[in-house]
Ligand binder design. Sequence first.
Ligand SMILES: Nc1ncnc2c1ncn2[C@@H]1O[C@H](COP(=O)(O)OP(=O)(O)O)[C@@H](O)[C@H]1O
Ligand SMILES: [Mg+2]
Length: 462
Amino acid sequence: MTEASYLREKLESISPTERVERIVVQRFAVPLLQALGFDELEIREEFETGCGQVDLAARKNGDPEDIFLRSPKNPYLLLEAKSRAVNLREGSYYRDAVYQIESYLLAKNCKSAKWGIITNANNIQLWRKHGKVVHPATANLDISSDNIESIVRNLRDKIENYERALTVCVYNNKGGVGKTTTVINLAAALATKGKKVLVVDFDSQGDLTGSLGVTPGKITLTQCLKDPKIDVHAIVQTYRLEGKRIIFSIFEIFDRLKGKQSTLPIFDIIPRDPELETLTDSRAVAYIPKGTRRLRDLIAPLRNEYDYILIDCPTQWLYFSQSGVFAADVILIPTRPDDLSSLNNAARVITQFIPETARSRQDGGPRTLPIFFNGVPSSGSENTIKRAHDEIDEIVSQERSMNLLPYFRPKPKKGNEDKYIFRIPEYAVIKTAAFEGVPAVFKRRRVLECYQSLAREYFIDE
Ligand SMILES: Nc1ncnc2c1ncn2[C@@H]1O[C@H](COP(=O)(O)OP(=O)(O)O)[C@@H](O)[C@H]1O
Ligand SMILES: [Mg+2]
């Protein structure tokens, strides 16, 4: 009997209204992990994460001395089980379970963990961890004896083929908030942390391509979108920095490259080409196979070649932005505290556009990260920030289909800092750098430190 059909038999032995969590653990969760390729010496019950005990943890054994059951260190996958009496399909118990698996995955004994599962034998969802980000890797699936074998195949395929990249779309349905600026400087800051980064300019205006002074090669993004037979590598360029164009020594930041070159490759870029502008919504539908799904497929072959893929989108919720959000694992939303509509538009993105994308993707969709304030003036900003927080109070108190607190008040328990929102200050050099073909982070050390802390706040686990 295969592990999957054994699992099915076990599943059928659980009462449809089973109230005991342990029964779900033993008759479903353990056989599930076995079907996912872990043997009994590779599965541990009640693993101490450092932030509470998770029901099951698993990883492949190393050499004969390194048996996970005996030395429970460096788990690869965590599983949190609930009884069948708990509604894990939707609602507050489901949200609590998501919060729980996320905190376990980020806990100190689980640095090595890449996957989390929540299940009660009626529903199951796989979550993936990349750096500090935890995001859905499957939809929250309904389990039945008919589909359990295909669920196992799907999960096993995902787990065995962990993709290197996290794909981030920077989006707000409001112009001038710093979407393009964020993509450029975050990409450069991640590169200074040794990460391999690809930037996709998916705005037909091409501000990003223009401000880096990159020109497309012979084969363009537009051609590649239209013709799936073209190898995507043909449109990838490298953004290089010339040593003399920066103020402080980049050799300090890139010591791995010390003295080797006078121009340094910083990150790769898929530049925008002028023809992209002809792709209005209706033309995109007519000329691009699979429409807003195409970008996701186009970058798929690159997901194992980079640590981060950052997508810049235009403001309007049309073909380009819909494609960027559709292609992403997570959405990062810049706002400006002096522009209250940028906060309201962020709420619209979170409650309407991202759920709309998740419904069409059917794989759990992208995860939305908490908003941040961009362009905060260094002085005289207290009133501005206060007004922004008043507006946020208003936004989160409105009756809506979903709770917006996690996106606008991400650290509610942090003492007085309960109104903490990450900030990028306003720097004149950010504006001028856009015309000089150099990311502002390479012009001023302070700007670099800001974007490195943005990278640490959301993405990298240092
Ligand atoms: N933190 C900042 N400090 C100073 N200027 C900024 C900052 N962030 C963005 N800008 C400037 O604001 C303008 C709009 O930013 P941009 O990134 O083009 O926004 P978007 O892509 O959302 O339309 C640009 O001129 C940019 O240089
Ligand atoms: Mg822009």
